[in-house]
Design a protein around this ligand. Structure first.
Ligand SMILES: *Cc1c(COP(=O)(O)O)cnc(C)c1O
Length: 378
């Protein structure tokens, strides 16, 4: 926590606004809007809820195709399934580990010319040609995706983008905040993210009416009537005013958190850069990553067989937690029967990658402990 969170939570208690409505929610949304210059924001119960609502607002229905980055956390893709739509997974490119624009265009073409339906008769028994309804790229681990290239492809086919910036609040591309490139942007304030409201998320859009509609759907879609009347199906997806108080306090320390995460990255990179077989992501031109997590690739052919699992287990024995990279969706038991476009980039990142301890509160001593442990193994 940064300091002011408890004050805002106390205000909610003092005013007895223990509800999914109140001043903390209004202010939290304003903070998100001014920080990211996103236009309009709706504070929601989770980032997953934000993706779900974005797809609903784009009219995604049963049997529609939705393209999604394969190398991500399952929450990017699960809302596609909530709607009975069909996820089409796309590989990453090696520079940012995010959606590959070339594989994206191949996927769109195969949806539109009927190849996807032909090759997956159980998914599309009528052998339909369909244009995908939405594209979900992700800024994985805070590293901005190649949005310009992705948007060129998306606009060529006139397909809207839902930008999963759950891990990337505070990251920018050409000075523009991640989450503000697509028709919709998604942030998460889950407990594991760079800032947290203990659980929560936000949907953002430049269009006010989109966000008004999202807030309507997120509060059980109550029509404007004195009695309880409903013309469409709604959801209970609003954020609590108590949680929003935490989020409000966290927004004040976001720039500091980004600095701390970036310092972790610099430290690890400088400490390990002399080791053959170890490599890190780096920021391309006009790219600024929040480096939510510091990740590295380890090529065991160049490290005398020391691989990511060996390092992870060794660290674990010293009570230091590190983690594998997200396992690509097209390799998940629940998703491996769905179409996939690309080669083995995402798979290789999963095979060789490791997420290092990356908390904002890590001291120099903590980081040295991790570095010394890894160096001793080498
Ligand atoms: C955390 C996360 C989400 C979901 O956010 P929640 O607030 O946990 O629902 C979606 N996508 C990615 C890439 C995430 O890391």
């Amino acid at each position: 926590m940064g300091g002011k969170e408890q004050v805002y939570v106390d205000e909610a208690f003092a005013g007895n606004w223990i509800a999914p409505i109140g001043e903390n929610i209004n202010q939290f949304e304003k903070e998100i809007e001014s920080f990211s210059d996103c236009g309009h924001a709706a504070a929601l119960s989770s980032g997953t809820a934000a993706i779900h609502l974005a797809l609903i607002l784009l009219g995604v229905k049963r049997g529609d195709y939705v393209i999604c980055q394969s190398l991500t956390f399952c929450a990017s893709a699960n809302p596609i399934m909530y709607l009975g739509a069909i996820p089409i997974f796309v590989d990453s490119e090696p520079d940012t580990w995010n959606m590959c624009p070339v594989a994206l265009e191949n996927a769109i073409a195969a949806c539109m010319d009927g190849t996807v339906a032909k090759n997956h008769p159980s998914l599309m028994p009528n052998n339909e040609k369909q244009k995908p309804k939405a594209i979900i790229p992700v800024h994985l681990y805070g590293m901005p995706a190649k949005m310009e290239e992705l948007m060129d492809v998306a606009s060529k086919y006139n397909i809207p983008i839902v930008e999963d910036a759950a891990e990337a609040i505070g990251s920018t591309l050409n000075g523009k905040a991640c989450g503000t490139f697509g028709q919709y942007g998604v942030y998460s304030f889950n407990g594991n993210k760079i800032i947290t409201s203990s659980g929560g998320g936000a949907l953002v859009s430049i269009e006010k009416e989109n966000i008004d509609r999202a807030k309507f759907l997120a509060t059980q879609a109550r029509d404007d009537a004195p009695h309880y009347q409903h013309s469409v199906i709604g959801y209970n997806y609003r954020l609590s005013n108590v949680s929003a108080g935490i989020g409000r306090g966290q927004m004040e320390v976001l720039p500091e958190r980004v600095k701390q995460r970036r310092a972790n990255f610099e430290f690890y990179k400088n400490s390990f850069s002399h080791l053959p077989g170890i490599s890190f992501l780096h920021e391309g031109e006009k790219v600024y990553s929040n480096y939510w997590l510091t990740c590295m690739l380890i090529d065991p052919k160049l490290t005398n067989g020391i691989d990511n699992d060996k390092i992870r287990n060794f660290l674990d024995g010293l009570n230091i937690e590190s983690r594998p990279i997200w396992k690509p969706m097209h390799l998940q038991p629940v998703y491996d029967s769905f179409p996939y476009f690309g080669t083995d980039i995402a798979e290789k990142i999963f095979e060789f990658g490791l997420c290092l301890p990356s908390g904002s509160s890590m001291s120099e001593d903590d980081r040295n402990r991790v570095v010394d442990a890894v160096l001793s193994l080498f």
